[in-house]
Design a protein around this ligand. Sequence first.
Ligand SMILES: N[C@@H](CCC(=O)N[C@@H](CS)C(=O)NCC(=O)O)C(=O)O
Length: 213
Amino acid sequence: MKLYGYFRSSASFRVRIALALKEINYENIPVHLLNEGGEQYKADYTEINPQQLVPSLIDGEAVITQSLAIVEYLDAKYPGVMPLVPKDIWLAAKARQIAYAIACDIHPMNNLRVLQYLKGELKVDDEVKNTWYHHWVLTGFTAIEKMLGETCDQYCLGDQLSLADVCLIPQVYNAKRFNCDLTKFPRILAIYEHCMEHDAFIQAAPENQPDAG
Ligand SMILES: N[C@@H](CCC(=O)N[C@@H](CS)C(=O)NCC(=O)O)C(=O)O
C-alpha cells in the first residue's frame, strides 16, 4: 500500500493511526501542502485525488480518498486486527457520531485552504483567523465532551479503541498546536493522554514522520 499524506495533516494522521493499529506496512509518499504553492495542486496528484487534498491510499489498483472511507476500507479488509467499527450497531453509531462530528463539522471549518482563503482573499489578520479556528474547535469539542459522557472510559467507547479515537486524537493534537484552551474538556484530554501513550499513536504522530520539518 502507498499513502500520500503530509506529516501535519490531521486527516493523514487518522489513516496513519489505523494503519499502525492494524500493523500494516506501507510506503509513505509525502505531499507538501505548502511548498511550491502546495504539491496537492500538481497535475499528477490531482489525477490521484481530484479534491486536491491528502490523504490518498493506493492499494494495488484501488485508489481511495477521504480519510474515513480509507479507515473503513482498511477495517473491512483486515477485520481480525484491531477492529475499529464495533459490531454492536449502537456502538458503531456512537463511534461514527463522534468521528463525523470531528471530520464533517470541525475539521472542514479549519482546513488549510479555508484558513488561506480567510487570510488571502478576505484579508483577515492572524488574530481574527485564530479566533475563527478556536471558535470551531471549542464549539465542536463542547458537544463531543457531552457525547463522551455516555460512552467513554479510557477511550471514546469504554476500553475499546475505535474510529472515534482515530479521529479525536489528531483533532486534539492540532488544537494544541493552535494553542486552544482545552481545560473545559477533561474527558477529551484524558482520552488524548491515554491514546498518546499507545505505540500506534506514537508511530503515527506528525513529529515521527519522515517528512516532519
Ligand atoms: N474530508 C477529507 C479532508 C482532507 C483534508 O482536508 N486534508 C487536508 C489536510 S488535513 C488538506 O489536504 N488540505 C490541503 C488544503 O487545504 O489545501 C478527509 O477526511 O480526507
